[in-house]
Write a protein that binds this ligand. Structure first.
Ligand code: ATP
Length: 252
């Protein structure tokens, strides 16, 4: 459908069109549209903008990613559809592989996503076919499958858009988890060491810009970015920011 750029909800409608195309192309499943809908509701509560708590979380996450020994970026259908090019760029900036990880996993779909990311310039896409030979304990879906070259041996896993089950299991497995989730109350948000409460469409470009600025920073400076970061406290700030935004509506 051709959208009029002057429509007040142009951006949101354009994203929906992109996701509908991703379902038709076999990158996303229809259930991903429902997950996106839940995200849209929380995005509204944020005033559809990046808040100070999200920026603080982004700096902490950048510090962790740039000091990690073996960081891995986990990609599902929604992430590939929404920020495929950006995630490929981020992976190359931090020297991390991408790993496909799907709740609704089929060989056809994982291949489609891998091919899509490779066409966008990804150097390496793990978690495809026999590559996903390891299992994370305590995950009741096909998201339990991981690649021993990727998430299986990673110290830091960046999981833009995740389900709580796996976030909790990865944490139990001793990994440092960085999540992007518009819902500060989700199990994923609560389980992560750093949660960026923002739309992945804003969060990944912000992360790229932050990492770009920190590329030459000393390890000491990078560590200082996350040493004092408290995820629980930052999530409470994110909730306060939503309440403040909604309060503005009541007072107007
Ligand atoms: P959990 O299992 O972590 O408790 P959930 O069951 O709500 O949460 P899912 O349904 O698997 O999780 O995934 C949807 C989650 O992704 C929601 O928390 C939603 O807010 C978030 N989400 C959806 N779209 C986006 C987006 N574009 N950017 C950031 N977060 C998003």
């Amino acid at each position: 459908m051709k959208l009029d750029r002057r429509h007040p909800r142009f951006h949101s409608l354009a994203v929906r069109e992109k996701l509908v195309r991703a379902v038709a192309d076999g990158i996303m499943v229809p259930q991903g549209l429902i997950a996106h809908g839940r995200g849209e509701a929380f995005n509204y509560f944020l005033g559809e903008k990046t808040t100070p708590s999200a920026s603080r979380a982004t700096s902490a996450a950048a510090g962790i990613l740039l000091t990690a020994q073996h960081p891995v970026i986990s990609v599902n259908g929604n992430t590939a559809a929404l920020v495929g090019s950006e995630i490929v760029r981020l992976a190359s900036m931090i020297g991390a592989p991408l790993e496909v990880n799907l709740f609704h996993r089929t060989p056809r779909r994982e291949n489609r996503i891998a091919r899509y990311l490779l066409n966008l310039g990804a150097k390496e896409v793990l978690g495809v076919g026999k590559g996903a030979s390891m299992t994370i304990r305590g995950v009741a879906s096909s998201r339990r499958r991981t690649d021993p070259k990727g998430i299986g041996t990673a110290d830091v896993v960046f999981i833009p858009l995740e389900d709580g089950d796996r976030a909790e299991a990865l944490k139990r497995a001793g990994k440092t988890i960085i999540a992007v989730d518009l819902n500060p109350l989700s199990r994923t948000s609560q389980a992560a060491s750093v949660t960026i409460v923002d739309d992945v469409v804003r969060a990944i470009p912000n992360m790229i810009a932050t990492i770009g600025k920190l590329k030459k920073a000393s390890r000491g400076r990078l560590r200082a970015l996350y040493r004092k970061f408290d995820n629980e406290q930052n999530l409470a700030h994110a909730i306060q920011e939503m309440i403040q935004y909604l309060g503005g509506w009541i007072n107007n």
